[in-house]
Design a protein around this ligand. Structure first.
Ligand code: SF4
Length: 395
């Protein structure tokens, strides 16, 4: 079993991230923040789909106030508990101060926090480095003060693609540079005795993202605190490849015990991100939100149409959260490879199946066309059946 690296618990509204808390699922709306009603609708939809923390972009001071209106609007419909995060952009310390009144967490990007466009590769003098560091500290102290007053958490969210020119000059375009960029901001927070920090080190290249997160996870050992890590692969794109790419980055780290909250970034409706997050967590055994189906690929030993039966069993039982159900092609290897499923539907002879409870063959010779009904009957007999929720009638 994987051993999770224990991080500090940080509350983001009613959701706590880190420690032994469940890995939280989050996403970001795409609506223009000025469209308060549109934002509220999108937040509610995302939350209904299972998103536990919702981020909203805050490019200017007006939008900080829109966040206030969004928060009020959510309270009016009894949803003030949905944790909101404000994303802060270039030179946004005043916006961060203001919006910290309305949200549960702000996200700042160290590469953009004090932003001055320079020519790539342009050299920094020592004095220029100090000047930029002083400016960051001065502005961060103000933001930290506001976060402390409003009990707002902060994500220090480093992106590989937007490392500051200063960091690039000192550390190069490297995972180590990403880590140093985060630590510089963490140091300021700790100097101010502010610890409600979550850290992310994202990149669009999976190996870079993996390396940066592993590096910072190792650094926690020598530091005052281990802060929760928010995992994600940026600009993953859309479709199957984006899902595979995000899973490669996020799941690899989770399997190493690294990570406390995740976002799968898709160039699609953000609602599509939520099932991917839950599938990652369920497949690693970190959260169980639906039936775990185990099915063999079938082979010459299979004497029934397994590819037709799998969707039938799934359709009949997928609402039974918490169960493991196996559909196996043959009696030879099937029972041994069901991975301790609660129930099994296992091919026997031609047109015949067996129904298992755990490792026990309960029904030995069931005609294939009665298999699903018999499986349901057994689950009911065991008291583990629930009727599926009725779908709302369409007007
Ligand atoms: S469980 Fe049986 S039918 Fe399925 S792949 Fe293995 S040998 Fe083939």
């Amino acid at each position: 079993m994987m051993k999770r690296i224990l991080t500090r618990e940080v509350a983001v509204g009613g959701v706590t991230i880190g420690g032994n808390q469940p890995i939280a699922v989050q996403s970001m709306i795409v609506e223009d923040t000025a469209n308060v009603k549109g934002c509220i609708d999108e937040i509610l939809k995302l939350h209904d789909a299972g998103c536990e923390i919702v981020r909203v972009t805050t490019p200017n001071l007006k939008d900080a106030h829109h966040l206030g209106a969004i928060r009020e609007g959510l309270a009016k419909v009894g949803k003030s508990h949905i944790p909101l995060v404000a994303d802060i952009h270039h030179n946004g310390y005043k916006i961060a101060q203001e919006v910290s009144r309305y949200v549960d967490k702000i996200r700042i990007n160290p590469g953009l926090f004090v932003f001055k466009r320079r020519n790539p590769g342009e050299e920094y003098s020592d004095a220029e480095i100090r000047e930029e560091q002083d400016k960051i500290r001065e502005q961060m102290v103000k933001v930290i003060e506001a976060c402390k007053t409003n009990q707002t958490a902060m994500r220090i969210g480093v992106n590989h693609g937007s490392l500051s020119e200063r960091m690039l000059f000192i550390h190069g375009d490297t995972p180590a540079g990403m880590v140093e960029s985060a630590l510089e901001f963490i140091d300021i927070c700790e100097d101010e005795a502010y610890y409600d920090i979550i850290v992310s080190l994202k990149a669009s290249r999976v190996p870079v993202m993996l390396e940066a997160n592993r590096l910072i996870a190792r650094r926690w050992a020598d530091r005052l605190n281990a802060y929760p890590l928010h995992l994600g692969v940026t600009e993953a794109g859309d479709g199957q490849y984006a899902r595979v790419k995000s899973t490669a980055g996020i799941a690899t780290l989770l399997a190493e015990g690294i990570g406390d909250t995740i976002r799968v970034s898709l160039a699609e409706d953000p609602i599509e991100e939520i099932p991917v997050c839950y599938d990652i967590l369920q497949s690693l055994g970190l959260r169980k939100t639906k039936v775990e189906f185990i099915a063999c690929p079938s082979c010459g030993r299979t004497k029934f149409n397994l590819t037709e039966v799998v969707p039938k069993v799934r359709a009949a039982t997928e609402h039974l959260k918490g169960l493991d159900i196996a559909i196996m092609g043959c009696i030879v290897n099937g029972p041994g490879e069901m991975a301790d499923a609660d129930y099994g539907y296992v091919g026997k002879g031609l047109g015949r199946v067996a129904i298992y409870r755990g490792r026990e063959e309960v029904l030995k010779n069931v005609p294939e066309n009665e298999g699903v009904t018999k499986l349901i009957a057994l689950i009911k007999e065991d008291g583990r059946w629930e009727e599926p929720a009725r779908k709302a009638a369409t007007p």
